[in-house]
Design a protein around this ligand. Sequence first.
Ligand code: PLP
Length: 390
Amino acid sequence: MLPFDLETELEQRRAAGLYRTRRVLEGAQTVEAVVDGKPCITFCSNDYLGLANHPQVAAAMKAGIDRYGVGGGASHLVNGHSAAHHELEEALAEFVGRPRAVLFSTGYMANLGAVGALMRKGDVIFEDRLNHASLLDAGLLAKAEFARYPHADVENLSRRLESSEDRRQLIVTDGVFSMDGDLAPLPRLCRLAKDRQAWVMVDDAHGIGVLGARGAGTLEHFNLGTEEVPVLVGTLGKALGTAGAFVAGSEALAETLIQHARTYIYTTAMPPAVAVATLQSLRLVIEEPWRRDKLRGLIERFRRSASEMDLELMPSDTPIQPLMVGAADRAVRLSEALWARGLLITAIRPPTVPKETARLRITFSAAHTEQHVDRLLAALDELREEWRDG
Ligand SMILES: *Cc1c(COP(=O)(O)O)cnc(C)c1O
C-alpha cells in the first residue's frame, strides 16, 4: 500500500521554490490597494480598464440585485436563463460582430465546454504549447486526439495538419498569450486552416476590451471574422471587470453549445446581476475609448524606459509586460524586494510557465497613472544588481 504523505510533498515543493501562497486583498481590486494589511500599488491584476470597481458598474450590479435577486437559482436550460443573461448575450454578439454569443459562468468552463461540444472521437485538436491551462485541459479531457505545437510555430502546425488530413481538425490558440503578452500569428493560422478546412478557436481573454479600435479584441485588431475564426471565446472577468465568459460564433455553433456543452448544461447560471453589471461595463468599453488610449500610453512609457535600462522585455504591445528572470527562486526574491518597496507583482513560476522561464508578470491598467509607472521603473532600477547577478 502506498500511503498519502501530503506534508512531505509540500515540503519538497517549498524547497524547490515553487510553493504558492495567497495574499489577502482588503478592499476592491484597485491599483492602489491594501494587501496583507499594507498599502501598495499593484501591477498584477487583469483589470486592464479599471472597471472592476467602477461606480457605474457597481451601481448596475446593485440595481440588478433589486430586480433579479442574488442567485441564478438554476441552470440556463432549466429556468435560470434570465432576461438579463439574454440581453447580455445579444449585446456581446453585436459587440464582436457575430450572429450569436452564449454565456458561460467562467472562462475555464467556456473552454472545456466549447472544445468538448465540438470535438468527437476521431477528430484532432491542435493547441499552441503556451495556451492557457483551461484550453490545455479542454484538449486533455476531449475524446478527440490532442496534439501541441511549439509556440506560434505555423510551419510545424502545417506539417501536422497535413499528416491528419482526412479528419476534422480544430486549431486552438490564445489570442493574447496570458503569460507572455504576445499575439497569436492569427492571419497565418487562419490561412493555413482555410486550406485544410480546419476550424480555428481563439480564446481572447486578454484581448477583449483592450485590443482593436472598438475594444472588440484580437480579431478586430487583425480584422478577422466568423468565417476565418468560427469559435471566439471571451472572458468577462478581465478587462470587463465582472465575471463569466462567452463563446461567440454562428447560429449553429450557439445551438450546438446549448445542446452539448456539459459545462453549460450542468451548472448554475451566473447571478443575473453580474449580467446586468456586464452590460454596463460593455457600454463603457464601447463609449469610452480613452481607457484604451491611456493604457497604450502607459505601456509605451514603461517599455521605453525599461529598454533604456536594459531590462529583458518580451515582444509584447499588450498590457501584459513580463520581465524574464529565469530561476524560480530568483523571481520570488525580486518579487519580495518589490513588495518591500510597496509594489505588488507576483512571480510566475513553473508549472504555469516552462522550466527556467520564471518571470515577473507585470500588467498595466488604465487606472494606473504615469507616476505609478515611474515608481515601478525606479524600483526596478534600484534592483538592477539583482537582475544581473542572481
Ligand atoms: C483567465 C483566463 C481564462 C479563464 O477565465 P476565467 O473566467 O477566469 O475562468 C481562460 N483563458 C485565458 C487565456 C485566461 O487568461
